[in-house]
Design a protein around this ligand. Sequence first.
Ligand SMILES: Nc1ncnc2c1ncn2[C@@H]1O[C@H](COP(=O)(O)OP(=O)(O)OP(=O)(O)O)[C@@H](O)[C@H]1O
Ligand SMILES: [Mg+2]
Length: 236
Amino acid sequence: MLTPLPRVKTGVPGLDDLIEGGLPRGSITTLSGDTGCGKTTFGVQFLYAGASKYEENGLYISFDEKRRQMYRNMGRFDWDLQKLDRDKKIVFIEYPPFEVDQFLQQESIIRDLIDKVGIERLVVDSILPLVMVYDTEKERREGTLKVLEKMKNWGCTTLLITEGGGSITQDPQRTWVEYLSDGLIYLYNIRRKNYRERALEVVKMRGVLHETKVCPMKIGEHGIEVFPGQQLFDEK
Ligand SMILES: Nc1ncnc2c1ncn2[C@@H]1O[C@H](COP(=O)(O)OP(=O)(O)OP(=O)(O)O)[C@@H](O)[C@H]1O
Ligand SMILES: [Mg+2]
């Protein structure tokens, strides 16, 4: 028997039980889902838990939300992000999408920051601008592989956010990110008659015997919570 991979607690109640105790340390997991389904919340909660409970500093690289806007939105949760930001336990870097080239060329700046601050958790929200710069399928696959390899070398436990509905997709940009990551989690906000229900599914996690059920999920003042023991509405 192989010794189990060391785990990193996600900080999302209910989720670690689905994946044998947490994300494999140093792995790259893609988090996909439609707009408003909780991807940014999940990413920030992962960093918040690391910084506040597990003594693991986090880096949030955003190509999407602006820093002020992100802090305002996340202010709806009972997390003291400002203090962790001041203490450099969570570092937030914002790149406008047109600075993607710069990001790819300045990789050593990020790597130095990771070493200097002792970053162990990384969230990229969203990874898509980084892989949309390629024209052909071949370039896209190779480019995505290169970006992911760079990030793997940074040594952090990483979440890559992509947007788009929770199903295996033909979207060429997203497909390669999903294929080449170690793990894949889908978030859903499913419409049923006149209301919606949130759910989470672990689609893959290399080297992990994970639960295959689509589990109900809630967003409340403490953030995201997953309920592995409950059923979604259509099974009630
Ligand atoms: N305190 C709260 N209690 C319950 N729900 C909340 C609370 N704060 C925010 N939400 C909800 O959380 C949802 C998820 O937002 P989030 O920004 O994480 O989604 P997202 O998947 O990143 O969306 P986008 O694709 O637009 O970036 C929002 O639709 C909002 O209604
Ligand atoms: Mg978001």
